[in-house]
Ligand binder design. Structure first.
Ligand SMILES: Nc1nc2c(ncn2[C@@H]2O[C@H](COP(=O)(O)OP(=O)(O)O)[C@@H](O)[C@H]2O)c(=O)[nH]1
Ligand SMILES: [Mg+2]
Length: 396
């Protein structure tokens, strides 16, 4: 029997009002990886449900070839399951690796649920069940609709206030049901990234422009949301709400076309989508280390936060020629983490510098160690996202 599970699962929850771009986002995430011309030397992206995958690809083809965005979906909470299947399953390295696939569960939460009160008890129950199903996500993306920001130009606070307040109210309505046993939740999305969708509408912006606008216009409402979310969780200090920001654009939509002809949709111009996998897999691992250095986190909370982090970290530090001891010796280790046995690998992995990561990545590629290559690549991509000002990471 395998010593480890052969599949690692990561969840990401995407929240956004209707029309904010959720369906287009997931179609644009998946679609390009299915094109004949696509090549990735490390892994393949597969939709676990073929029919679902085909519908997403169909959405993508409609945009690519016909300038047509997918039909709106209302009230549909959908979970898309993808697997990042590592290449080289039959080589000798593969027998040693702790897993062969990274599964991404992408929870698409219908925004209408925050804009409208439930029409019946049945509807209310369904919302609770759906929300429960995404509690396993480490990361939640809260979409700020770029089109709405433009519509409210000069008075963006009106839109941001309604977005954040509706969302907060929607979550509050679920509170009694979710906390029925009076126990605070150990498992809950702990990283809430504020993401600008349709970033192509702001060609001059970087993520700092976006963050500054949100803070300037809506800091109070962000605080309100943060304090509400804190009421749900055990160890409420281990929660980042509105400390991480990112830019997303699923394609470049040319809206200047008028008349009966469809608009141009350039699906090759995408922003931030390559950061989704790194954000889902590496960011929680890093955050766990950050928090653990700052505070004591109960084991049962840690076990739900970036669960499997040690497995990922072990992959990184076990890389050829770099003993854990050697790595750890070079790192300044402080705080409550220092003494704990399993964790040096985790700290070492998250604190590796760019040069070291690139070295491990190159070695791993050379030796067809696709797992190490993929994980280091995700980390390098995340760092690149920071450099390109597409992503701001909380430093706390
Ligand atoms: N400019 C621009 N428009 C977008 C983008 N993504 C979606 N849209 C527009 O927003 C509309 C709604 O998107 P959709 O994904 O259906 O929203 P959902 O209700 O959140 O699933 C689409 O029909 C597009 O017109 C984007 O990346 N850039
Ligand atoms: Mg939709």
């Amino acid at each position: 029997m395998a010593k480890y599970p052969r599949v690692r699962e990561q969840h990401i929850a995407v929240f956004g009002e209707s029309g904010s771009g959720k369906t287009v986002l997931v179609s644009s995430f998946f679609g390009p990886t299915q094109e004949g011309s696509y090549s990735n030397d490390l892994w393949d992206l597969v939709a676990d449900d073929t029919g679902q995958g085909n519908r997403l690809y169909q959405n993508y083809l409609g945009m690519r070839d016909r300038g047509r965005a997918p039909a709106p979906t209302r009230f549909a909470a959908t979970t898309y399951m993808f697997s990042v299947k590592l290449k080289g399953g039959d080589n000798s390295e593969a027998n040693k690796r702790p897993f062969d696939a990274l599964r991404l569960a992408w929870h698409d939460y219908p925004g209408e649920w925050f804009e409208e009160t439930p029409s019946s008890e049945e509807e209310a129950n369904r919302r609770v069940d759906t929300f429960r199903s995404l509690l396993g996500s480490d990361v939640a993306l809260l979409l700020v609709d770029g089109q709405k920001l433009l519509d409210y130009k000069g008075e963006e606070e009106r839109y941001l206030k309604s977005l954040l307040t509706n969302f907060r109210q929607g979550v509050l309505r679920l509170k009694d049901e979710l906390l029925r046993d009076d126990d605070l939740l150990a498992e809950f999305p702990r990283i809430w990234i504020i993401a600008l969708s349709k970033a192509d509408l702001f060609p001059d912006w970087d993520v700092y422009s976006f963050r500054d606008l949100v803070i300037e216009k809506a800091a109070n409402h962000l605080d309100g949301l943060r304090s509400t979310l804190k009421e749900f969780v055990e160890t409420p200090d281990a929660l980042s709400v509105g400390e991480d920001f990112m830019l997303l654009s699923s394609a470049k939509f040319d809206l200047s076309a008028t008349g009966p002809d469809p608009v141009e949709i350039d699906v090759t111009q995408r922003v931030g989508l390559d950061l989704i996998l790194p954000v889902a897999s590496i960011l929680p691992l890093e955050r766990r280390v950050q928090w653990n250095e700052r505070m004591e986190i109960p084991r049962r909370v840690l076990d739900t936060l970036a669960d499997g982090a040690e497995t990922l970290a072990a992959v990184l530090v076990a890389a050829k020629g770099l003993g854990i001891e050697k790595l750890v010796a070079r790192l300044p280790i402080v705080g409550p983490l220092a003494g704990k046995a399993a964790v040096p690998a985790l700290i070492a992995a998250t604190k590796m510098g760019g040069a070291q990561l690139r070295e491990i990545n190159a070695q791993a590629r050379k030796h067809h160690d696709f797992l190490t290559a993929t994980i280091t690549q995700f980390k390098l991509d995340l760092d690149q996202g920071l450099k390109d000002k597409l992503l701001i990471k909380s430093l706390k």
